[in-house]
Design a protein around this ligand. Structure first.
Ligand code: ARG
Length: 466
């Protein structure tokens, strides 16, 4: 009884008029696909021009159509356009308004076209534009990292594995690791642009059209390299959106790792960096606190970007060719991932430029935890000719002795070290200091400041051209 009442109450709410209201609510996409208005109008103008050029519609009709569409563009941009849920989506909203404005000629625009190729071309244009935005933002972030790397090419910090101090590295080298990661994201976004640079317009509903259209002309007019070669594929795949989301998820994951490091580095326990008030907040009740909120939000927002990738993969995985209304669910994932990624990139670039590096704290941490133990072992191999395994064993004993004496490895006396291996000479101290350890790692891609500076120079040139 009470169950029945509850469901009746629901029925009486938003969906009071019953099935029609429910259908309208589930079917409409205008609340989000209005974002495609500029692409929709661009696509329609290109289509109408091609229809006139091929003699499918008259030049007079085309002029009216183009004029009407430009008026609609202005109305939408001025905020005076009235979007209607009854008209379902952006395509029908624009077309209905066109009919208001220019009368029956409006009906000729949809010749040799379907909403299926229309929505596919609109979304491709949008995603392509967004990819260019992301590429620019990535370049900005890479440049910010290069600047910090240059400044700190010789600033020693502990390098970690398992979150345990492993070997000394430089902060510049660490920044350059992210330059490499974000550069791969940049190349991923460029690759994705290459592949999505084909126009689906003219595939019509799914099978092509009997009208003598010119798909090469519309592809060119819309800035695509060429038309897609298969009409079924044109209206049914969304792999360009998936590639964008996959790139976004990988990039967000990189951003999240950097955010996590920023959070750790800015704790009082580490004290490696300080964020200014622009990128942190105080606590309302604990006056000593400075919270790295922006970094935490970059880390947190990665969840939704990654979720959108899985969301759209799941929408697409069971779709038989060609179009199905399921695919209307592609847009919110793409729009939200794009907006989120843009913000994450801006916040990260801001934090990288903004943070103050505490070189003294980094150096102190690099010197603790016997981080130059590997250097000692390498010295034994190089100078005394010990096999590495034996050198490792000797070094282990030196570390144990240092622990016993509660000093760092480099503070052991020569006599201490010689008690473990009599062959050790004072030259050993040249490798036990963190600065020297770092300087000696001159292998290609290693942490030596000279190596790091080479990489910085190379990347600066590459990015200037990218
Ligand atoms: N709003 C639709 C979408 O986003 C447009 C395409 C509708 N096509 C159709 N055959 N009902 O996918």
């Amino acid at each position: 009884m009470s169950d029945k009442k509850t469901s009746n109450q629901m029925w009486g709410g938003r969906f009071a008029s019953g099935p029609a209201a429910i259908m309208e609510a589930i079917n409409a996409s205008i609340s989000f696909d209005r974002k495609l208005y500029a692409q929709d109008i661009r696509g329609s103008i290109a289509h109408s021009e091609m229809l006139a050029q091929t003699g499918i519609i008259s030049a007079a009709d085309q002029e009216k159509i183009a004029h009407g569409l430009n008026t609609i563009l202005k109305e939408i941009e001025a905020g005076s356009f009235e979007f209607s849920t009854k008209l379902e989506d952006i395509h029908m909203n624009v077309e209905a308004r066109l009919a208001d404005l220019i009368g029956p000629s409006a009906g000729r625009l949809h010749t040799a076209r379907s909403r299926n190729d229309q929505v596919a071309v609109d979304l491709r244009l949008w995603v392509k534009d967004e990819c260019f935005r992301v590429a620019e933002a990535l370049k900005g972030l890479i440049q910010a990292l290069l600047e910090r790397a240059e400044e700190h090419a010789a600033t020693v910090m502990p390098g970690f594995t398992h979150m345990q101090a492993a070997q000394p590295v430089t902060f510049g080298h660490h920044c350059m690791a992210y330059v490499e990661m974000f550069s791969r994201d940049l190349s991923r976004v460029r690759d994705a642009i290459e592949r999505m640079d084909e126009s689906p317009l003219g595939a019509a509903a799914l099978a092509g059209t009997s009208f003598p259209i010119d798909r090469h002309a519309t592809a060119k007019a819309l800035g695509f390299r060429e038309p897609m070669r298969n009409s079924l594929d044109s209206v049914s795949d969304r792999d360009f959106a998936l590639e964008f989301l996959a790139m976004a998820a990988i990039c967000a994951t990189h951003l999240s790792r950097l955010a996590e490091e920023i959070i750790i580095w800015s704790t009082p326990q580490f004290g490696f960096i300080r964020l200014s008030d622009s990128f942190s907040t105080g606590s309302s009740i604990m006056p000593q606190k400075k919270n790295p909120d922006a970094a935490e939000l970059v880390r947190g927002k990665t969840g939704r970007v990654n979720g959108h990738l899985v969301g759209l993969l799941t929408v697409m995985k069971g779709m038989p060719l060609t179009y199905g209304k399921d695919m209307q669910e592609d847009k919110e994932s793409v729009f939200d991932a794009a907006e989120t990624l843009d913000l994450m990139l801006a916040a990260t670039t801001g934090m990288v430029s903004d943070m103050t590096v505490n070189a003294a704290a980094m150096k102190k941490a690099a010197g603790s935890g016997h981080a130059t133990a590997t250097d000692l072992a390498d010295w034994l191999v190089r100078t005394l000719g010990l096999p590495f395994r034996e050198a490792h064993h000797v070094t282990g004993r030196a570390v144990a002795l240092a622990e016993d004496k509660r000093v760092s490895l480099e503070k052991l006396s020569l006599e201490d070290l010689q008690s473990i291996n009599p062959g050790i000479t004072p030259d050993i101290f040249s490798v036990l200091a963190v600065q020297n350890s770092v300087k000696s790692r001159t292998s290609f891609g290693g942490t030596a400041p000279s190596e790091v500076r080479k990489q910085i120079r190379a990347w600066k040139k590459r990015i200037a051209k990218a």
